[in-house]
Design a protein around this ligand. Structure first.
Ligand SMILES: Cc1cc2nc3c(=O)[nH]c(=O)nc-3n(C[C@H](O)[C@H](O)[C@H](O)COP(=O)(O)O)c2cc1C
Length: 205
């Protein structure tokens, strides 16, 4: 079983070493985020925001609160992938373009909003889980898009979430889900790591 997409997925690995001279244009960064936002989200909440840290000044603000990981300094860009606490009250706004485009009938909007309210309202843990899920899906799409463009990527949890929240002005309902470095690699990155056997991680029921 193989094709170009599967090959892209199978050939990815997390980069450690980036070419510090290689940059990405703001249009290339925008395109990566546009692709990221094609990822699915619960009730089409699209509860995410991406902060592209790409200037030396911004990298210098992020690096000390992210374990001084070399990827932040060297990669063209490090995204602060922010998830937003799931809030059902935004659903009519988020679905309006679907109704406008004729994808969804207007009368269906409450059929999404009402169960979402039941799911998330008064359930802070679920609101937060959804922020992390959405941010992770968005980041994953960007990781594979980057790979398909010949770029390396590094998802990173090695950072001080409170400091990143403060330093980059995240809103009260936002959390930094992960950092995602993207850029041209330089030689020296590890070979791919073997995985646990499928038999150990799959239950066929
Ligand atoms: C949520 C998450 C957090 C990670 N955090 C870091 C990190 O802070 N620094 C780093 O160098 N790698 C980080 N990694 C990369 C992992 O170490 C790497 O994905 C894992 O060892 C598997 O290797 P591969 O991605 O090359 O297949 C992280 C990966 C994930 C998914």
């Amino acid at each position: 079983m193989t094709n170009a997409v599967i090959e892209c997925i199978l050939s990815r690995s997390a980069a450690k070493y980036y070419d510090p001279a290689a940059t990405l244009s703001d249009d290339q960064i925008r395109e990566l985020v546009r692709i990221g936002t094609s990822a699915p989200t619960s009730f089409h909440l699209q509860n995410w925001r991406f902060i592209a840290v790409r200037t030396p000044e911004a990298k210098a603000r992020l690096s000390p609160i992210a374990w001084n990981q070399p990827a932040i300094t060297d990669a063209a860009v490090t995204f602060i992938v922010c998830g937003q606490l799931a809030d059902s009250s935004v659903i009519p706004d988020r679905l309006a373009p679907l109704v406008e485009a004729g994808v969804m009938p207007a009368e269906m909007v409450p059929e999404w909003e009402i169960p979402a309210r039941g799911l998330y309202e008064e359930h802070p843990q679920r609101q937060r889980d959804e922020a992390v899920r959405s941010g992770t899906f968005g980041a994953a799409a960007m990781i594979y898009a980057a790979r398909s463009l010949g770029l390396g990527s590094t998802p990173m949890i090695g950072f001080d979430a409170e400091a990143v929240h403060r330093e980059f002005g995240l809103a009260d309902d936002e959390l930094p889900v992960m950092l995602l470095a993207v850029g041209a690699e330089r030689p020296g990155n590890w070979a791919q790591k073997p995985r646990r056997p499928v038999a150990d991680v799959l239950n066929l029921v």
